[in-house]
Design a protein around this ligand. Structure first.
Ligand code: SF4
Ligand code: SF4
Length: 375
C-alpha cells in the first residue's frame, strides 16, 4: 500500500472501501486531479474571451464572473495567466497548500496590485493583529480588498468579537470590506451573518444540490446588498457537467463570482469559455438533474449530521477532512490537522448522522476509514 502522502483521491476512496469497479456510492467516479502535461505548461498564445464583471453586493468591487481560488496552490504563472485573461479576483489564505498558495499569489501580483481585487481568509482570532500583519506581509501588500472570517458554527457567527475585529481592522486599513466564509452549517451561518448586518459578502461552499435549501438566504442577501462568492462548486460533478453548470451558478441571486482553484492554463480557458454560455430553462433543469444524480452519496456539507449528533461530534467537519483529502494530495496536511482537532472518542456509534443525511452519504464508512488513516 502507498504511503498516506502518496495516496491520491482514488487511493483514499479505495482504502475507504467506497469505490468498487469504478463507482462511488453508485455514481461515476470523477477523474483524478489533473496534472498539467508538458504542453499545458506552455502559456497559450491567445487569452480566452471577455469575462463579465459583477458588482459584489453594495460594495464598489467589480469582480470577474470567474475568480481564482488558490486552495491547492496554483503556480504564479497560472495566476498571472488568469489575470491576463480577465480574472481580477484572487482569493487566498496562509493555510492553503502550506503557505505555498499565498506565496505564489504574492509572486503573481508583484507590481500589479492595482490590477487585482484580493480576498484573504482570516483563520486567526479577530484580535490577532500579529497574524493579520503576517498574512499581509507574506502577500507583500498593505491591505486586501476583502477579508473573510472563516466560521463553521452558526452560533459562533453571532459572537460580537467578529464585528469588533472587522471594524478595528477596517479602521486600521487592513482591508476595506468584510465577508464570511463557511463550509459547514452553511445556511444557518449565512442567515446569522445577514442578521449581524455588518457583512459585505458571503462565501459558502455551494453546489446545485443546495439550490432549494439556500434559495431564501441568497434572496435575502440580494435584498440586503450582500454579495455572494461561490466556492467548492464542483464537488463530485464530472468536468463536462460542471462547466455546463457555470452559467447556472452565475445566474443565482446575489452571486458575483464563482471562485475556483485553477491549476492549468487550459482550466482557465475552459471555465472562462463556460461562463459565457447562456442556458435556457430546459437546459438548466437537465444540468441540475445530472448534477443531482452525480451528487447522491456525496457530502454537500449541509451540517445536518453535526446538528443531529447526540454527542456533539462535528461529523460534517470529519466529512470535510475526507473532502480535503480526496480533492488533492496537497490537502493531506490540512485534512490531518483538521481531523486532529476533532474528539472522535465521543462517538457512540448510534448511526443517527448517517440516518439523517439527505445525500445518503455512507457516513459510517467514512468515519471508520478516516480513523484508520488519521488516528
Ligand atoms: S454527511 Fe450528509 S448530513 Fe453530513 S454534512 Fe455531509 S451531506 Fe450533510
Ligand atoms: S454515530 Fe457517532 S457521530 Fe454519528 S450521530 Fe451517533 S454519536 Fe454522533
Amino acid at each position: 500500500m502507498k504511503t498516506k502522502s502518496q495516496m491520491n483521491r482514488r487511493g483514499f476512496l479505495r482504502a475507504a472501501g467506497l469505490i468498487a469497479a469504478g463507482t462511488v456510492a453508485g455514481t461515476a467516479v470523477a477523474k483524478e486531479s489533473k496534472k498539467p502535461s508538458p504542453k499545458e505548461k506552455k502559456e497559450p498564445k491567445k487569452a480566452p474571451g471577455k469575462l463579465q464583471l459583477n458588482k459584489l453586493g453594495k460594495t464598489d468591487l467589480l469582480l470577474s464572473a470567474i475568480s481564482i481560488g488558490t486552495g491547492s496552490g496554483p503556480s504564479a504563472q497560472v495566476i498571472k495567466y488568469a489575470m491576463k485573461s480577465g480574472i481580477n479576483f484572487i482569493h487566498t489564505s496562509v493555510n492553503y497548500a502550506g503557505k505555498k498558495a499565498i506565496k505564489e499569489v504574492a509572486e503573481a501580483i508583484k507590481g500589479k496590485r492595482d490590477k487585482v481585487i484580493l480576498g484573504l481568509k482570516i483563520t486567526w482570532a479577530p484580535d490577532d493583529d500579529k497574524a493579520m500583519d503576517n498574512a499581509l506581509k507574506i502577500l507583500g501588500v498593505d491591505s486586501v480588498d476583502i477579508a473573510f472570517f472563516n466560521i463553521h458554527k452558526a452560533d459562533d457567527v453571532k459572537n460580537d468579537k467578529y464585528r469588533k475585529g472587522a471594524e478595528r481592522w477596517i479602521k486600521a486599513g487592513k482591508f476595506k470590506y468584510i465577508g464570511l466564509t463557511t463550509h459547514s452549517e452553511m445556511k444557518e451561518c449565512m442567515e446569522n451573518a445577514l442578521e449581524q448586518g455588518f457583512y459585505n459578502a458571503l462565501m459558502p461552499s455551494y453546489n446545485l444540490t443546495m439550490e432549494k435549501e439556500c434559495e431564501k438566504v441568497f434572496a435575502d442577501a440580494e435584498k440586503q446588498g450582500v454579495g455572494i462568492v461561490l466556492m467548492k462548486t464542483k464537488r463530485e460533478m464530472n468536468e463536462k457537467t460542471y462547466l455546463q453548470a457555470i452559467p447556472k451558478y452565475l445566474s443565482t441571486p446575489a452571486v458575483a463570482t464563482v471562485n475556483k482553484t485553477l491549476k492549468t492554463f487550459a482550466a482557465v480557458n475552459e471555465i472562462i469559455a463556460a461562463s459565457e454560455k447562456k442556458l435556457d430553462e430546459k437546459q438548466e433543469k437537465e444540468i441540475k438533474k445530472v448534477a443531482m444524480m452525480g451528487m447522491t452519496g456525496h457530502c454537500t456539507m449541509c451540517g445536518t449530521c453535526s446538528q443531529t449528533c447526540p454527542q456533539n461530534v462535528p461529523v460534517a467537519d470529519m466529512m470535510r477532512c475526507a473532502d480535503y483529502y480526496m480533492a488533492d494530495n496537497e490537502y493531506y496536511e490540512v485534512a490531518r490537522e483538521t481531523y486532529a482537532q476533532i474528539d472522535v472518542s465521543k462517538c457512540v456509534d448510534c448511526g443517527k448522522c448517517e440516518q439523517v443525511c439527505p445525500s445518503e452519504v455512507p457516513v459510517k464508512q467514512y468515519k471508520s476509514k478516516l480513523k484508520k488513516l488519521f488516528a
